[in-house]
Design a binder for this molecule. Structure first.
Ligand SMILES: NC(=O)c1ccc[n+]([C@@H]2O[C@H](COP(=O)([O-])OP(=O)(O)OC[C@H]3O[C@@H](n4cnc5c(N)ncnc54)[C@H](OP(=O)(O)O)[C@@H]3O)[C@@H](O)[C@H]2O)c1
Length: 338
């Protein structure tokens, strides 16, 4: 399978990525039992399909170790020279505390060791409490580690627009912010995307498929209760749907999406992904992968064959117009974690 040309994106001058990234939160528990050997074998299938970019974190269970194992086996199979085909974007989510050079560097060294990489392709930094301004200390040390070559590019996850302004004003160069962005949760469109677009920062998005709820599988289904949802991802996004407008309105959204999908001979997920890929500042959408348990490689690759005309999405507008304003209900991007 060869992906259409628009699948690749010049994320930075030194790195292109696949615009559908494979998300590895799904290996960290709560999404079915993951077998390491089967998971690594599955990673080859993603890579060979062109889905070469991975999103993970230090706290996603074995995710960094799986990248390490995948890189080792990949080098053995194809030669070390081809390792540059893989992009592995991790995160550092430190507990509160002093952000000394030692603390920061030790954390980065652990990720480098686990992932078997001298240099991390992308380090996405998360911070829990904005009243503790030591996030700026951490970012300064991370920027130094980037300049010294342990990190290729520095990025953020779940930072709001106000803090993005502070970070940029401190002269800290970051390339992206990872945020929740879907047809249901459109908060990034309120302030974040415009600021990013005007400062050369891109967005990597998660929750774009609402844990799989944004699909034919849930069209026409009665409202699930929490216990009947198979993954913690689905539970997380069911809460988001409730905050947004509830299950009945969500069914109207799915029905409208199904009509659009049928018109293009694709599925609901493809339309949901393409709609966000087409938004300003978005570099890529992350799709969670339950490695070795389930895969949607062929279906999600077809996103790159889909072109949405501006009026294709118009039927969604009357539905979305009935939803609540999540900027008011929750706050800006990432506020759900604070
Ligand atoms: N920065 C953060 O705070 C944060 C938070 C959450 C997630 N993330 C990142 O984003 C990634 C995405 O995770 P998410 O929880 O947001 O989940 P998601 O990507 O919205 O949903 C993933 C699920 O969607 C289903 N799916 C995928 N393609 C499909 C298709 N074509 N048709 C129907 N269903 C499809 C799969 O379900 P089945 O496996 O059941 O088939 C898959 O497990 C994570 O792995 C992580 O890397 C980051």
């Amino acid at each position: 399978m060869t992906l259409a040309e628009n699948a690749r994106f010049a994320f930075t001058p030194d790195m292109t990525i696949c615009r559908v990234l494979n998300g590895m939160w799904q290996v960290s528990g709560g999404h079915g039992r993951i077998d390491s050997a089967a998971a690594v074998e599955a990673m080859f299938a993603y890579h060979e399909a062109g889905l070469s970019t991975w999103d993970l974190a230090d706290h996603y269970g074995p995710a960094e170790d799986l990248i390490g194992a995948f890189r080792r086996q990949f080098a053995a199979r194809y030669g070390e020279g081809r390792l540059g085909e893989i992009q592995a974007f991790t995160k550092w989510v430190p507990p509160p505390g002093a952000m000394t050079r030692r603390v920061v560097e030790d954390a980065i060294d652990v990720s480098r060791r686990r992932m078997g990489a001298d240099r991390l392709d992308l380090l996405q930094f998360h911070w829990w409490d904005y009243s503790d301004r030591r996030y700026l200390d951490a970012l300064k040390h991370l920027a130094d580690l980037r300049d010294e070559g342990k990190i290729r590019q520095l990025a953020l996850t779940n930072f709001d627009t106000d803090r993005l302004v502070v970070i940029v004003d401190h002269g800290i160069r970051i390339v992206s912010n990872q945020v929740q962005y879907s047809l249901v949760d459109q908060r990034p469109a309120a302030r974040m995307a415009a600021f990013c677009a005007s400062h050369g920062i891109t967005l990597l998005t998660y929750g774009t498929l609402l844990g799989g709820l944004l699909s034919e599988a849930w069209l026409g289904r009665a409202e699930p209760n929490r216990g009947s949802l198979a993954t913690i991802s689905q539970q997380k996004y069911k809460n988001m749907i409730d905050a947004w407008g509830g299950w009945t309105l969500f069914q109207q959204l799915l029905a409208a999406l199904k009509n659009i999908a049928d018109k293009h001979g694709l599925n609901i997920a493809a339309v949901g992904l393409r709609a966000i890929l087409d938004r300003p500042a978005v570099a890529g959408v992350i799709v969670g992968a339950r490695l070795g348990l389930a895969e949607h490689i062929a279906a999600n690759s077809r996103v790159f064959d889909l072109t949405l005309a501006p009026d294709d999405l118009a039927p969604l507008e009357p539905v979305i117009a009935q939803s609540r304003d999540l900027m008011r209900v929750i706050g800006d991007c990432g506020d759900e974690y604070r």
